[in-house]
Design a protein around this ligand. Structure first.
Ligand SMILES: [Zn+2]
Length: 329
């Protein structure tokens, strides 16, 4: 392709929005994205059951946006392991039963004639963070989603790193302890997720509560209803047991970051997800620097996401624009 044709295609990124779609277990959200920013209000529909119904719901959303925008392409972020080359779901999660084996890219491209890119949702969110924060020029960026579980994505030399089996970035399932103490949702024991996630904070608090009574901490009375919200609220009121649980949770979050830092030596970590709200960033930075080899830890940044739940939409849209450029070159 000639250089002028390439720059024309490059211009697409600046002039035509792409549709970013975030397909979750309960809802499908979509918005038009231009230059890493939403240029329309997000629209959402409930996620129907069955692969064919999901594809039809996605097609319905695309049609709605096409009525208002000329779209350059469609990026779709979904749970499951995605073959980034074919856009097929090669491994799914319990949230979307029957989704494995669905050739989403072909199904949507053949019906809309728009370029489509499909990506794992954690990868798409990581790419959205790196794009929107203008971090793609850096050597490497590691995005960690701290929520009920722990997910992640790696951006190396400005590109999403997918791994040999499209499974890279499953940072939550690196093992941080021995002894089979905590079972993880993945079926393995002692994963980082079992300690550093919201579920991990609650499990840590429960361990501390063993043998304590209601006079020592209000958390005892909550029994099986104990949540991260209760722990954070009790800590803010000065409950030392809750404060201990939060302090240990920071240790657990830090150890996973330290392990990643020694493998990747990234320029920046971005922490996102609901539990990132519970992170004391000054404390976590101090802990990580303290536990890292000095050359790695000293200049590494640890930042908080500011995208408020639209990282997947932005990332999916940016990925299809990149895919259009790649296919044209
Ligand atoms: Zn696991």
């Amino acid at each position: 392709m000639t250089e002028s044709r390439l720059s024309q295609v490059d211009n697409l990124k600046l002039t035509m929005p792409a549709l970013g779609i975030d397909l979750g277990g309960t809802k499908i959200r979509a918005a038009a994205v231009l230059n890493n920013k939403l240029v329309s209000d997000p629209q959402e529909v409930p996620t129907p059951s069955g692969a064919e119904n999901i594809v039809n719901a996605i097609l319905g959303l695309i049609e709605k946006f096409q009525a208002k925008h000329v779209l350059a392409g469609v990026g779709i972020a979904t749970a499951g392991i995605i073959d980034g080359d074919t856009g097929e779901v090669v491994g799914s999660t319990g949230n979307l039963p029957g989704w494995t084996g669905t050739p989403i890219r072909t199904a949507i491209e053949s019906r809309t004639l728009l370029p489509v890119h499909v990506e794992n949702d954690a990868n798409a969110a990581a790419f959205g963070e790196a794009s929107a924060r203008n971090l793609r020029h850096l050597n490497s960026v590691c995005v960690v989603t701290l929520g009920t579980g722990i997910g992640g994505g790696l951006i190396i030399d400005g590109k999403l790193f997918r791994g040999a089996h499209f499974g890279a970035g499953e940072v939550g399932h690196s093992r941080i302890s021995l002894g089979n103490k905590r079972l993880c949702t993945c079926g393995l024991f002692d994963c980082w997720e079992a300690y550093g996630s919201g579920r991990g904070m609650v499990a840590t608090a429960r361990e501390i509560l063993v043998g304590l009574n209601a006079d020592q901490t209000p958390l005892v009375a909550l029994g099986s209803n104990l949540t991260t919200r209760n722990i954070v609220a009790a800590a803010a009121k000065g409950d030392i047991v809750a404060q201990r649980a939060i302090s240990m949770w920071h240790e657990h979050v830090a150890v996973g970051i330290v392990n990643l830092a020694h493998i990747l030596d990234p320029s920046v970590f971005v922490l996102t997800g609901g539990m990132a709200e519970c992170v004391d960033f000054a404390l976590i930075h101090e802990m990580v620097v303290d536990r890292c080899m000095s050359r790695i830890g000293e200049n590494m940044r640890i930042e908080k996401s500011e995208l408020h739940g639209v990282a997947g939409i932005i990332g999916a849209a940016e990925l299809v624009l990149d895919a259009i450029l790649e296919r044209a070159s």
